[in-house]
Design a protein around this ligand. Structure first.
Ligand SMILES: [Zn+2]
Length: 175
């Protein structure tokens, strides 16, 4: 990773951490990222979707219909948020590896957590066991997450790396 990229990443992570402090995600200063912290941060699919929503839009969603920034509310039972005025729906996972996947968002996050914490090799077989999915699903997830990780240097530590994958996902960093 070159210096420019590293600087950009650091800045984005810092910016996002400031944004997320307001929604109770907690202190992001520590470099280590334990399974306990992961479980507390992402107890279910909803918290994962909320993470993607806040990280991607920074609470400033431009509504195409209203042609201005409006408040968006989570739609019950759907993986979307709707404009408070016109009801136009947006899908925070659009364009990411999670989108349209039948695998729950939290399983994706957990897979990313496991893969980012164990650089020297958690296998697709281990993912299958940990996530309780079929080997075929585990292998596909493994490959997709791996393709994102390969773009980066091996220097980043656990938490940063986990977040970096998400940053790539939402297009702040080039693939
Ligand atoms: Zn609107």
């Amino acid at each position: 990773m070159n210096q420019q990229k590293e600087f950009t990443l650091t800045r984005i992570v810092q910016k996002r951490n400031r944004n997320l402090n307001g929604i109770g995600v907690g202190n992001m200063k520590t470099a280590r990222y334990t399974i306990k912290e992961f479980n507390e941060q992402f107890p279910n699919d909803d918290t994962c979707l909320e993470f993607v929503f806040h990280a991607r839009y920074n609470d400033k969603v431009y509504c195409e219909i209203c042609q201005k920034i409006t408040n968006h509310y989570r739609r019950t039972g759907r993986k979307s948020y709707a404009c408070e005025f016109c009801g136009n729906e947006i899908f925070p996972t659009a364009g990411t590896i999670f989108h349209k996947s039948p695998t729950p968002l939290r399983s994706w996050f957990y897979a990313m957590f496991l893969m980012s914490q164990t650089r020297c090799g958690i296998s697709a077989k281990q993912l299958e066991r940990e996530l309780g999915v079929t080997y075929k699903t585990a292998w596909r997830m493994f490959k997709q997450i791996r393709s994102l990780m390969d773009e980066k240097s091996g220097k980043m530590n656990g938490r940063i790396e986990f977040e970096a994958i998400l940053l790539v996902e939402r297009g702040y960093l080039p693939r």
